[in-house]
Design a protein around this ligand. Structure first.
Ligand SMILES: Cc1cc2nc3c(=O)[nH]c(=O)nc-3n(C[C@H](O)[C@H](O)[C@H](O)COP(=O)(O)OP(=O)(O)OC[C@H]3O[C@@H](n4cnc5c(N)ncnc54)[C@H](O)[C@@H]3O)c2cc1C
Length: 397
């Protein structure tokens, strides 16, 4: 069976990539290992440039219908009770969408795969796992494991959007350079109205604390509470009632009364593939890079990869543009991944976990200065929402 582009993985990145290509008449196969788009509680923040892209794809109403607009996000300091509020409405001259939207990533993936299934030039294959591929002068030959046997496809290009453990990246032997944090992150979700316990709580809050920082994120039906583990804490302890009680004792008191809907442990990495292109195989999203979730940049930057890569592939496949555009994709997206997403998420984490009193005071002073100064504040808003990374990527030759 033949196709122009085969995409492994129908997470947010693979489904956006598939939909961009299908809308432009490219023949595309999206192969997803799972029986449906996994419904896990991972990304929930969509930044303004990503919302713009989804608007251009005609699917932004999904975010508005099933998500929450969040123009304001806050940094809170538990030791001084200071609240630093940043308001994206200030970027109304830059974007038609000056807010984040809080919406679970699986809602987007499921919506897009639903639309893909209706396109004549798209084939959406659940229960199809990419297990092997080879490349020759005719294209990429991909083996897909199905419940009934192995299917073979020949594609002009293969996009690996198969997530952090990408089998495609591993087969290519591409190094995934970087590091893994020693601590894990524990994510607890609850229907408890946290806003009743904090004054003026925004939908997105990064709370620094020398003992235990915490992120409070609202999605339509839940609050999500993200805390780091300590070295000595076992998985069993992290998922226990006692641990849950302690986390909520510290947040709202009477932790034992709080019911959680999910408890999940994540290992957190800062890693970037040494190349995003090997011949006709391209890496995008978590298959290409991983970062901590402080700032909500992983899925967003992955969707930006898909946007950039697919528009280049359309130029190549439809308009006969040279394949060297794919090297440009690698240079542009990898450069800004290092320069912005990696640098910013590492800095975000360091700021939240600072233990030294002088360092904490310096962080607070920096926040005050940023908020008080129009130019610094605007620069901060543009960087954190990834506008600056997109502008810089376009400038990479
Ligand atoms: C706690 C937490 C919070 C986060 N919050 C945010 C946030 O607010 N904003 C943000 O931008 N990012 C956030 N992230 C990161 C975000 O979840 C990821 O960056 C995002 O899921 C990457 O999307 P993806 O499509 O590249 O990979 P995935 O979502 O992992 O999707 C990969 C897909 O490929 C499939 N697959 C795997 N192997 C194969 C194979 N061999 N063949 C076929 N299919 C395969 C999988 O089943 C899966 O469906 C968060 C992460 C965590 C852990």
């Amino acid at each position: 069976m033949k196709t122009q582009v085969l995409i492994s993985g129908a997470g947010p990145v693979g489904s956006v990539a598939g939909y961009i290509l299908a809308r432009q008449g490219i023949d595309v196969v999206v192969a997803e290992a799972a029986p449906e788009c996994p419904r896990d509680l991972r990304a929930s923040t969509f930044h303004p440039p990503t919302i713009e892209m989804l608007d251009e794809l005609g699917v932004v109403d999904l975010l508005f219908d099933q998500g929450l607009k969040a123009p304001i996000y806050q940094y809170r300091d538990r030791s001084t009770d200071e609240v630093f509020s940043f308001d994206l409405s200030e970027l109304a001259d830059v974007t038609a969408h000056p807010y984040r939207v809080q919406c679970e990533q699986w809602k987007l993936a499921r919506h897009l795969t639903g639309l893909l299934a209706q396109q004549d030039n798209a084939r959406l294959l659940f229960n199809h796992r990419v297990v092997h591929f080879t490349e020759d002068s005719a294209g990429v030959n991909v083996a897909l494991e199905t419940p009934y046997g192995i299917d073979h496809y020949q594609a002009d290009y293969l996009i690996a959007a198969d997530g952090a453990n990408s089998i495609v990246r591993k087969w290519l032997g591409v190094e995934f350079s970087g590091f893994t944090y020693p601590e894990r992150f524990l994510c607890l979700s609850t229907k408890l109205a946290l806003e009743a316990h904090f004054e003026d709580l925004a939908y997105v809050n990064y709370v620094s604390d020398p003992q235990e920082w915490v992120v409070l994120l609202r999605v339509p039906s839940l609050w999500r509470v993200l805390v780091p583990s300590r070295d000595e804490e076992s998985d069993e302890w992290l998922l226990s009632e006692e641990k849950k009680n302690r986390v909520f004792d510290g947040l709202v008191g009477e932790g034992a009364q709080v019911r959680t809907e999910h408890r999940t442990i994540y290992r957190v990495h800062q890693r970037v593939a040494n190349t995003y292109r090997v011949g006709r195989v391209l890496l995008a999203g978590d298959a290409a890079h991983l970062n901590n979730p402080l700032g909500g940049m992983g899925m967003n930057s992955g969707i930006h990869d898909a946007w950039d890569l697919c528009h280049k592939l359309i130029e190549i496949l439809r308009d006969g543009a040279p394949e060297s555009l794919l090297d440009l994709y690698d240079r542009q997206r990898r450069t800004v991944m290092h320069r912005y997403v990696q640098a910013q998420t590492i800095a975000n984490k360091q700021a939240m976990e600072a233990r030294d009193a002088d360092e904490q005071a310096r962080q607070r002073e920096q926040m005050r200065r940023t908020l008080a100064d129009d130019a610094l504040r605007r620069d901060f808003l543009l960087r954190q929402s990834l506008f600056t990374s997109l502008e810089d990527a376009a400038a990479v030759a």
